[in-house]
Design a protein around this ligand. Structure first.
Ligand SMILES: Nc1ncnc2c1ncn2[C@@H]1O[C@H](COP(=O)(O)OP(=O)(O)OP(=O)(O)O)[C@@H](O)[C@H]1O
Length: 255
C-alpha cells in the first residue's frame, strides 16, 4: 500500500503547524522525515496513521494491504510502550489477541517475529530484565506481528545509546532486506536518516513545509558508517537544518 499526503495543512488554535505538504510514501521504501523541533513531524505521522485529520488536504491510501495484515498502519514509538507485567512473547501476543488470534496460529506468528528480531531466547523475559535495545526489538517484533502495510516510526532509536542504535540500524536493514517493508521514520538523527532512508524529507521550521527531498539510491546493505557519499548527503541535510535553526533563532531574537 502506498500513502499520499495531498496538500495537507493544519492549525492548532492560532498556530499553523503544517502548510501545504504533498508527499508520497511508496510501497517498500523507508521515508525519513527530519526537521527542527516543533516543525510538525509527529503531527504528520498522526495524520498518516489516521489518529487525527488535517484541517486541509487529504491523506490517501492506495493499493492493497499485505496478505494477513491485521493492522495496516502500525506505530513504533521512542518509549517502546511495552506492558511491564507481560513477558516478551506476551507483549507480542497482545496485538494478536486483539484480533482474536490465539493458540497455535498465534504461536507461529510469535515464533516467526521473535526469530526475525533475534529475540527467540528471550521470549519469557519481562521488559524490566531487558536493555533498551532489546525492548525496542520487542516493540518492532510486536509491530511486525500484525504484518502492517506501513510502519510509522516516531524516533524509534532516540532513547538508545550510540552503539545500540548502530546495532538496531543493522537489524532494521536486515529485516528490510529479507522482506522489504514500508515505513515513515521520523528522526532528529541525520546519520540514521542517511543509513535507513530511501528518501529523506526535510521540513522547514514551523509551519512545516517541504524544504527538500533527498533521494539516496545506494542499497541499504551497502551503506556503511563513514561512506563518503553518505557523508556528503548528511552534510547537505545538516546545512538545510542549520539554515532553518538559524532562521528560527533570528525570528525569536526579534520578538
Ligand atoms: N494536540 C495539539 N494541540 C495543540 N498544539 C499541538 C498539538 N500537537 C502538537 N502541537 C503543536 O504543534 C507543533 C508541532 O508539534 P509536533 O510534535 O508535531 O512537532 P515535532 O516536529 O514532532 O517536534 P519534535 O521534533 O520536538 O518532536 C508544536 O508547536 C506543538 O506544540
Amino acid at each position: 500500500m502506498q500513502l499520499t499526503l495531498d496538500a495537507v495543512s493544519h492549525r492548532y488554535a492560532d498556530v499553523t503547524v503544517l502548510s501545504d505538504i504533498s508527499l508520497t510514501i511508496p510501497e517498500g521504501q523507508i521515508v525519513c522525515i527530519v526537521g527542527p523541533s516543533g516543525c510538525g513531524k509527529s503531527t504528520l505521522l498522526r495524520f498518516l496513521g489516521g489518529l487525527e485529520r488535517p484541517d486541509q488536504g487529504q491523506v490517501l491510501q492506495n493499493g492493497p494491504v499485505p496478505q494477513g495484515c491485521l493492522n495496516p498502519l502500525t506505530y513504533v514509538f521512542q518509549d517502546f510502550a511495552l506492558l511491564p507485567w507481560r513477558d516478551v512473547a506476551g507483549n507480542v501476543s497482545l496485538v494478536l489477541e486483539d484480533h482474536g488470534i490465539r493458540g497455535t496460529k498465534a504461536a507461529a506468528v510469535i515464533d516467526d517475529v521473535l526469530a526475525r528480531t533475534k529475540l527467540s531466547d528471550f521470549r519469557a523475559a519481562l521488559p524490566k530484565q531487558l536493555s533498551g535495545g532489546m525492548k525496542q526489538r520487542v516493540a518492532i517484533a510486536r509491530a511486525l506481528a500484525v504484518n502492517p502495510a506501513v510502519m510509522l516510526m516516531d524516533e524509534p532509536l532516540s532513547a538508545l545509546d550510540a552503539q545500540t542504535r548502530e546495532l538496531l540500524m543493522d537489524d532494521l536493514i536486515a529485516l528490510w532486506t529479507r522482506a522489504p517493508f514500508t515505513a515513515v521514520y521520523v528522526t532528529h538523527n541525520l546519520s540514521e536518516a542517511v543509513r535507513l532512508g530511501h528518501k529523506i524529507v526535510v521540513l522547514s521550521r514551523r509551519p512545516g513545509t517541504i524544504r527538500e527531498i533527498v533521494e539516496i539510491d545506494i542499497p541499504l546493505t551497502e551503506r556503511h558508517a563513514g561512506d563518503p557519499v553518505l557523508e556528503t548527503h548528511q552534510a547537505r541535510l545538516w546545512q538545510l537544518m542549520r539554515e532553518e535553526a538559524e532562521a528560527a533563532d533570528k525570528e525569536l531574537g526579534h520578538v
